[in-house]
Design a protein around this ligand. Structure first.
Ligand SMILES: *Cc1c(COP(=O)(O)O)cnc(C)c1O
Length: 358
């Protein structure tokens, strides 16, 4: 029988990636400070779920800690370890709470707080040994959290609640629901012994001082999202993608570009193939009408975006050649409106193939 070599193989260092994500750590810190200031007497925390909204926890956490953030929120237990590389366990809350005894045991072993979201979760947490936790009251989003009528339940009274929280459904709109949710939260709060009160996400902070309470929980605005118009001019862009040109070619009249030949040249054209596609979060909505940039030159996208490649018109940029990097505009509110997607979706779909650096 042929022996298969399973010798440990040392691979050479890979060459620099053809996709770069420049992360402006100073902008993250500035955004947190601005949100903390807008939170008035309350302190701002930071939602860092989904790998810091796709930006990368390893880059986001140091910037947030240096700025002064002390309270961090993730959704899944699988996200805790990466945050623990930077922050202390008692600074971390897991929004999905505990759904199994295994999760409760993991939470207790680490000293990370679950956000208890139901009477079932409260019982499970106590059964698993209990300890400090947070508690979510659902005041109107009907997604996650105990119902207001459950706040007086003995199993809730037995909890050691650190932060009593609720979540706004329509903070990014001038909706009457915002005030109704806040009023409901204030009616219920006395029924649950707690240390801090928290209801505002990024948009909630911009709703005004009465929403700040003790602790705010901004997420998207930390990463450059303009969650409400009041934050325009306050929040800075954080993410700057760049991609390498793979080749440059000349096409003639009648030649088409890309899948399904959706673009056909009517004159000779210089085109460049760029190493970014929808697998990198550069979705098809960024096709024709969208342009990349190189040293101030516009490079309009031609035809369909592919999985790993996008073709641009480089006729006006004679010096652009293979190996050069082009800039991908990432103006969250503008691109989201163009794409019919949320700013959250654009951030969290940034792919894994970027080398992230700050
Ligand atoms: C994601 C999340 C936040 C942060 O929301 P943004 O809109 O990104 O600011 C705050 N609180 C809860 C419960 C969340 O799930």
């Amino acid at each position: 029988m042929a022996r298969r070599a399973i010798l440990p193989m040392t691979l050479p260092e890979p060459p620099p990636a053809a996709l770069r994500l420049k992360i402006d750590a100073a902008a993250i810190a500035d955004n947190w400070r601005a949100l903390d200031r807008l939170s008035g007497g309350a302190r701002a925390g930071a939602a860092v779920k989904a790998d810091g909204y796709g930006v990368g926890v390893a880059h986001v956490l140091p910037a947030l800690l240096a700025a002064g953030a002390r309270d961090f929120f993730v959704a899944h237990w699988s996200e805790v370890a990466a945050v623990l590389d930077h922050a202390a366990a008692d600074q971390i809350s897991v929004l999905h709470g505990v759904s199994t005894l295994a999760e409760a045991a993991y939470a207790r072993a680490l000293g990370v707080r679950p956000v208890i979201n139901s009477l079932h979760q409260a019982r499970l947490w106590q059964e698993g040994g209990g300890g400090p936790c947070d508690l979510m009251i659902d005041t109107g989003i009907n997604r996650l959290g105990i119902a207001p009528g459950e706040a007086g339940d003995p199993v809730i009274a037995a909890l050691d609640v650190h932060t009593l929280m609720s979540h706004l459904a329509s903070a990014d709109e001038d909706a009457e629901l915002n005030d109704r949710q806040l009023a409901c939260f204030h009616r219920i709060k006395a029924q649950v012994k707690h240390r801090d009160l928290s209801i505002a996400n990024s948009a909630g902070i911009a709703l005004g001082a009465n929403f700040a309470l003790d602790l705010t929980r901004p997420g998207v605005a930390l990463y450059g999202g303009i969650a409400r118009r009041e934050l325009a001019g306050v929040i800075r862009q954080v993410v700057y993608p760049q991609a390498m040109v793979l080749q440059r070619r000349r096409i003639g009249p009648g030649d088409s570009v890309g899948y399904n030949a959706t673009f056909t040249a009517n004159a000779p054209l210089e085109v460049a193939t760029v190493a970014i596609g929808y697998a990198d979060g550069f979705l098809r909505c960024r096709g024709p009408g969208f342009a990349m940039h190189h040293h101030g030159y516009d490079l309009p996208v031609l035809g369909r975006v592919s999985m790993d490649m996008t073709v641009v018109d480089c006729s006006t940029c004679p010096q652009l050649s293979a190996g050069d990097f082009v800039e991908i505009p990432f103006d969250l509110p503008v691109d989201a409106a163009r794409c019919g997607l949320s700013q959250y979706e654009l951030l969290t779909s940034l792919g894994k193939r970027f080398t992230r650096h700050s």
